[in-house]
Each structure stands twice: as C-alpha cells, then as structure tokens.
Design a protein around this ligand. Structure first.
Ligand code: HAM
Length: 421
C-alpha cells in the first residue's frame, strides 16, 4: 500500500507552529481593522473563466499552474490561485462598487498553484491580502503599501525592501511592448526556448527572467518608466512622494513586472533578503481595469497579498503557549464526574485548565502534570469529591494544600498574577 502522506506541495499545520499562524493572523486582523478594513471570505472554488479572464490567459498561473477540473454538472471550475479575482467577482455580484464609494476589504486563506515546491513555495499556500476598491487617488496606493510595510514591522520583521514600479496603462504598455519585442528580436539568438515562448506570449515577463544568461540582455532592455504617459507619470510621482512622507523606504525597480496581467500603474513587491530564492513576502499593485473587464462598473482598485508560509519562515520561533493554571489528575468512581465539574468550574472562572483523561495511576498522571508547565496539579480522589474539595499541589515548590473548589479559583489567580509581576 502507498504511504499515507499529504499531497506534494501541501502540508498539515499544527502545534507548536500553528501558534505562529494564529499570532500573525491576530496582529493582521487588529492592524487592518484599525484602518477600517472589513474581512471578506470568498469561495475557494470559482468558475475557471473568472481567472482566465481576470489574471490573463498568457500568464504562467493560468497557463500552467491552475487546479482546474470539470465538476459533476459539466462546469469548468478552478481552485483559486489568488484572491483578487474572487473579490472582484464578489464586488460585482453584490454591487459594492457604487460611484463615489470606496470599499476596503481584507482576506486570508488557502490558494492553490501547481508549482514546483521548495522552501517558501507550496502548491496549497496561504495568503493574507487587502483590496481597496473605488479610488484612483495615489494616496490609496501609498496607504496600501504602507499598511503592508507596517504590518510586517509590527510582526517584528526588519530587513525589508519595497520594490516599486509603474507598469502604466494598457496604452502606455502597448508602445513599450513593441519596443521590447523589437529589442529582444534583435538578440533572438541568445534566447532559449522558454524565453522565445515568453517573447511571443508575454514579452514583459522576459524582464522577470531568472536566467543568468539573459541578465545582461535584460539589463540593457528599454526602460518601462520612459514609456509612461504623463498621467501615469504624475500618478507614480505622487505615490512616491506620499511613501517618502510616510517614511516607507522604497527602491525603484523598472524591471518589476508582476505575474498577473491585471496590473495598471503602481506595481510593488516587498522582499526579504533572509528568504533566499523565494524572496517576495508581499506583492501587489493597482488594477484599474479588472472589475470593468469582468463585467462590473469601471472601478479603480489597488491591493496586495502576503504569503503566510514565507512570513512563518521569517518569524521562526512560535510564541510561548498561554499560561496553564491547573492540570487536573483524578482517580476513583466519584472523582471521575467531579473532575469534569472542577474543569468546567475553573474554566468558567476564566482559568486555563487541562484534564488528564488517561485513567492511569495517580503518580503517572502527576508526572504529566509536572511536564505540562501548569502552576499546580489539581489532585482529586473520591474523598475530595465527597467534600467538594481539591488538593492543590504547587509544581514549583511541591507544597500541597487542600481547599474548597471555590477557594482554589482565587489561589490559582493569585499565583498567576504574582508570576506576571
Ligand atoms: P502574487 O505575487 O502572485 O500576487 O502573490 C502574493 C504573495 O503570495 C507572494 O509575494 C508570495 O509571498 C505568496 N505566494 C505566491 N505563490 C506562492 C506559493 N506557491 N507558495 C507560497 N507563497 C506564495 C497575488 O496573488 C495578487 N492577487 C496580489 C494582489 C492583491 N494584487 C492586488 N491585490
């Protein structure tokens, strides 16, 4: 029989690492809620056509990375490879894009891309992202980028670099694309098969090539920023001015082209050198035409998403588990129901309490209590059950005392607060 294992590129998340995920999510939720973002949860499964149209047929994601299948009703469906298209679909469906209004949304959850797994790259991975719908004010771009940057700082990350570019409007890109094709055509003999394929399907992606043989060629390629129209230029300049005013350090990178076709004007990534090859912790930008192209009202928008696996790699150490007040050990016919009641009562009073469910001998249970890190073992036999009393064995000192169940609450609380001082 085959070994039972999670599929390649997918993995189980559990303690102690899961505490790091929960911490990231809690800090992000607080950070974004205070900026008045509300959470949206869209389905994992959407019509294939949404991604094909939204992300672009010529992208690697749509061309070779999607988990697509035909469902039992003969509908082509796809496990979402990213969050923006689904949010755009939801915005159209629920008519969130009314003229003159701005929606600020955030989301988190699993995404699916059939990529070659490696450190920081999974087939099922998790993103946390925001989408700001309805504003083309360059303040929206700057605020979005600053929110990502500050969130990463709040999580304790330093050593971050914001790579910034403007990919202009489709009209700006049209003339640039031609200049780029002419340039690479002149050097066709240097291009391998994959590069030639990109040249035909998506020439801008050649700028993103990781092939060291192409590095010199790419370095000499025409500069996208020189092809921007005046409006794109002015918008980009304002984004930069606002970022500087906010103290967000960025680096202009005219070779930054994103792997999704919906971007217009601002594009950015936040890199961490500590990550190695998969260095982008966050990527995003403006996408002013996506909602219109998907059939909604023309709605300028900007957003980003962070890869949670990469954040977890960077943060490393999970936080310490919360203080455990008591670990209940019990033996005896009367002690059994009493142990349940004690756990319920103490938890009801706000304490953190574990209950040993093994029915092992008391000394074995006490060993586990000592290993649990609890302040006290709460020892229950039939005698204690009859008297509604508990034995507290303080695990630091080994001291024991018998008290009523209600008195034990105050004692455990007091012991915890003296620890905190
Ligand atoms: P993206 O650059 O494709 O953008 O993904 C954003 C982030 O997700 C990446 O920077 C990376 O941290 C993480 N990521 C992507 N693929 C993987 C993978 N296979 N394994 C682990 N992490 C990964 C988007 O998805 C856009 N929807 C972002 C956006 C939102 N643009 C506007 N609004």
């Amino acid at each position: 029989m085959e070994e039972r294992k999670a599929l390649r590129g997918t993995r189980d998340l559990f303690a102690p690492e899961i505490a790091l995920w929960q911490k990231i999510e809690a800090i992000a939720q607080d950070h974004l809620t205070r900026a008045r973002f509300t959470e949206v949860r869209t389905p994992l499964l959407e019509a294939t056509e949404l991604f094909a149209r939204g992300i672009g047929e010529a992208t690697d994601i749509v061309g070779k990375e999607m988990y697509s299948f035909v469902d039992r009703g003969d509908r082509p469906v796809t496990l979402r490879p990213e969050g923006t298209a689904g949010v755009a679909r939801a915005a159209i469906e629920h008519k969130w894009c009314q003229p003159g209004t701005v929606q600020k949304l955030w989301y988190r959850g699993p995404m699916f891309r059939y990529e070659r797994p490696q450190a920081g790259r999974q087939r099922q991975f998790h993103q946390l992202g925001i989408e700001v719908l309805g504003s083309d004010d360059p303040r929206a771009d700057a605020e979005a980028i600053a929110l990502a940057y500050e969130l990463l700082q709040a999580l304790g990350l330093s050593d971050l670099v914001v790579d910034l570019n403007s990919v202009g409007t489709p009209a700006d890109r049209q003339s640039y694309r031609q200049a780029l094709v002419d340039y690479f055509e002149r050097h066709r003999e240097v291009l391998d098969e994959e590069a030639r394929d990109r040249l035909e399907r998506n020439p801008l992606r050649l700028l993103d090539s990781k092939d060291p043989q192409l590095a010199d060629l790419v370095a000499g390629a025409p500069n996208l920023l020189e092809y921007l129209g005046n409006e794109s230029k002015a918008h980009f300049q304002q984004v930069q001015d606002y970022l500087s005013a906010l103290g967000v350090a960025y680096r202009l990178n005219p070779r930054l082209v994103r792997g999704l076709d919906y971007y217009t004007r601002t594009a950015f990534e936040i890199q961490s050198q500590a990550l190695g090859a998969q260095s982008a912790v966050c990527g995003g930008g403006r996408y002013d035409n996506l909602i219109g192209e998907l059939g909604g009202p023309p709605t300028p928008a900007v957003g980003w998403a962070m890869g949670l696996e990469r954040l977890v790699l960077l943060l490393g150490e999970p936080p310490a588990p919360p203080l455990l007040h008591g670990y209940i050990v019990a033996r005896g016919a009367l002690a059994a129901p009493f142990s349940l009641k004690v756990a319920q009562t103490l938890r009801g009073a706000g304490l953190t309490v574990d209950l040993d469910l093994t029915q092992a001998k008391l000394d074995k249970q006490l060993k586990r209590a000592a290993a649990s890190g609890a302040l006290a073992a709460i020892v229950l036999g039939d005698d204690e059950a009859q008297r509604e009393a508990v034995q507290l064995k303080w695990l630091q000192t080994g001291d024991r005392q018998e008290v009523s169940l209600s008195a034990s609450i105050a004692l455990l609380q007091k012991a915890a607060s003296s620890l905190h001082r």
